[in-house]
Write a protein that binds this ligand. Structure first.
Ligand SMILES: [Mg+2]
Length: 287
């Protein structure tokens, strides 16, 4: 059985920023949170993901703006995300499965999320649970008695994202990786890896996606960049950071319907990877 992996960043790729939506729902001034507080920490040398995770912990506790925040609270908020996904995702996931099924019974497609956002929040979404094989995101540890978030357990930085791709590549499940953090270093010959990079498609929007864009492209897979044309800053950043360096195949608005640019390209990409996988099998069999 051959598997094609379509791997997505989460925030601003599949849905508007979910951490911002959560903080806003708790009355936090999100402009100040990102532009002043988190930026100040980053200016002081904090890794950006660690900066925002620490700020959330700082705002949690008795009498503080986020109160006694738990992972269950985050998950609960995640349930509301389903109405906010960018258009066409549900139909596209079905279409990609159908495209592969029509070509061969020996090929499947799996969907993954690799995000610097909050895993508990993302996993609260029924849509995510239904469609994705695994979610990689930042995690908080809880106080054993109160359940209150207390420490950063896992932080998905921009380079950590590539580690997740290698775990997918080698067929290491997230729960196995949590048991043994060094499992990703297991030496598995290229031909025995569960999902070769050339069978991967990566879709992302931000600076944290650049190492994944590069890795997937370099190893023969396909990368697609997403930017929101309505947001001046985002469009500009996209052009400067991505297009000029040839890191991504192309940049598109986050719309996934059949007739949308990105939606049609992803359908074509999966179709061509599946066709190539069939040819390779044919050649191997006739050797
Ligand atoms: Mg993003």
């Amino acid at each position: 059985m051959k598997t094609i992996a379509v791997i997505f960043d989460f925030d601003d790729t599949l849905i508007p920023d979910s951490t911002t939506a959560f903080l806003a729902s708790r009355g936090i001034n999100t402009q100040k949170f990102w532009q002043d507080d988190v930026r100040e920490l980053v200016g002081n040398g904090y890794e950006p993901s660690l900066a925002y995770l620490n700020k959330i912990i700082d705002l949690s506790g008795d009498g503080l703006p986020l109160g006694n925040l738990t992972n269950a609270d985050l998950k609960q908020f995640g349930r509301q995300l389903d109405s906010g996904f960018y258009p066409g995702l549900n139909a596209m996931f079905k279409d990609l499965r159908a495209i592969v099924r029509t070509l061969s019974a020996d090929i499947t497609v799996e969907y993954y999320i690799v995000s610097g956002g909050l895993q508990a929040l993302i996993e609260g979404s029924p849509f995510v649970n239904k469609n994705f094989t695994a979610v990689y995101g930042c995690q908080f540890a809880e106080h054993p008695e109160t359940g209150r978030i207390k420490n950063i357990k896992r932080c998905v930085t921009f380079t950590e994202k590539t580690r997740c791709l290698f775990e997918i590549n080698k067929g290491i499940r997230p729960e196995q990786a949590l048991q043994n953090q060094y499992m990703v270093n297991t030496d598995i010959p290229l031909k025995h890896r569960r999902i070769p990079f050339k069978n991967m498609i990566y879709v992302g929007d931000g600076l944290t996606d650049i190492p994944c864009f590069s890795l997937v492209q370099r190893m023969g897979g396909l990368s697609f960049g997403v930017f929101n044309p309505q947001e001046q800053a985002s469009a500009k950043r996209a052009l400067i950071e991505f297009l000029h360096t040839d890191r991504v195949v192309s940049m598109h608005a986050p719309k996934y319907r059949k007739n949308d640019e990105l939606g049609s390209l992803l359908r074509a990409a999966v179709s061509s990877i599946a066709a190539r996988a069939m040819l390779e099998r044919h050649e191997a069999e006739s050797d």
